[in-house]
Design a protein around this ligand. Structure first.
Ligand code: ADP
Ligand code: ADP
Length: 222
């Protein structure tokens, strides 16, 4: 089954800038791939099209069997709930505990609190932070904070996990640990797409790499 399909996608921003041009690729369910390219190459724009934070100017984008160009506006929140997203600056809330940060997506979806608590602890366990659940995330190291962000992204068991420069602020050892966490979720069936400009790290990990340059896909391989 196909997880993501881009067919002849172009994205022109209102100021006339072409951020993506003639983009074609598919990502199969269960794949893990990197999206790379210099700053400004179009990586974030591509991820935003998948999350429907932006709409393509031309071409088609499918997520699973869902044609995003035909998705009604009111379906967008439901679409987003099926995707886990990890950001570079993890966007944690420092007015509440690690547990409550991870629980947030489940609260929004209206989960039963007992079921939510069980899932939050399972997610924290998977990223090795169960012992930190009561702490304020501001007291954690940046690598731990990023792992809280990952727990929050996977707590609702998304089929698709997207990450935008998830290791941008981390030193090389911690970066590799974070990438191994993504591999771990990929092994249990999650499709993973990671935008990163850290080529030395990407090359060590030997996964499929989609390479963007000036909004064009200039290489796609291993
Ligand atoms: P990357 O994530 O690879 O750094 P982006 O997708 O953020 O690239 O940006 C691709 C190009 O589109 C850049 O030239 C950027 O300046 C431009 N861009 C991004 N967002 C907007 C916007 N909202 N309006 C106009 N141009 C934008
Ligand atoms: P449950 O009993 O809720 O199904 P699991 O032990 O299967 O609990 O999973 C617990 C947590 O592990 C989930 O909340 C999620 O964080 C993570 N997880 C398990 N399977 C997946 C998956 N296929 N994709 C992403 N995350 C997963």
């Amino acid at each position: 089954m196909t997880a993501i399909r881009f067919s002849n996608v172009g994205k022109r921003y209102p100021n006339g800038h072409d951020a993506l041009v003639g983009l074609n690729f598919t990502l199969e369910s269960g794949e893990l791939a990197f999206l790379t390219g210099h700053s400004g190459a179009g990586k974030s724009t591509l991820l935003k099209l998948i999350m429907l934070m932006e709409r393509p100017s031309r071409g088609g984008v499918w997520v699973g069997d869902r044609d995003l160009t035909k998705l009604p506006h009111k379906q967008i929140p439901f679409h987003r709930r099926e995707i886990g997203v990890v950001f570079q600056n993890h966007q944690l809330l420092f007015d509440r505990s690690v547990f409550d940060n991870v629980a947030l997506p489940l609260q929004i979806s209206g989960y039963d609190p007992a079921d939510a608590a069980r899932r939050v602890r399972a997610a924290l366990d998977k990223v090795g932070l169960l012992s930190r659940e009561k702490l304020n995330p501001i007291t954690l190291s940046s690598g731990e904070q990023q792992r809280v962000g990952i727990a929050r992204a996977i707590v609702h068991k998304p089929k698709l996990l997207l990450a935008d420069e998830p290791t941008g602020n981390l030193d090389p050892d911690l970066s590799e640990d974070i990438m191994h966490l993504f591999e771990q979720f990929n092994r249990i069936g999650t499709t993973v797409l990671i935008a990163s400009h850290d080529l030395s790290l990407i090359n060590r990990l030997r996964h499929r790499v989609l390479h963007l340059q000036g909004g064009r896909l200039v290489a796609d391989g291993y």
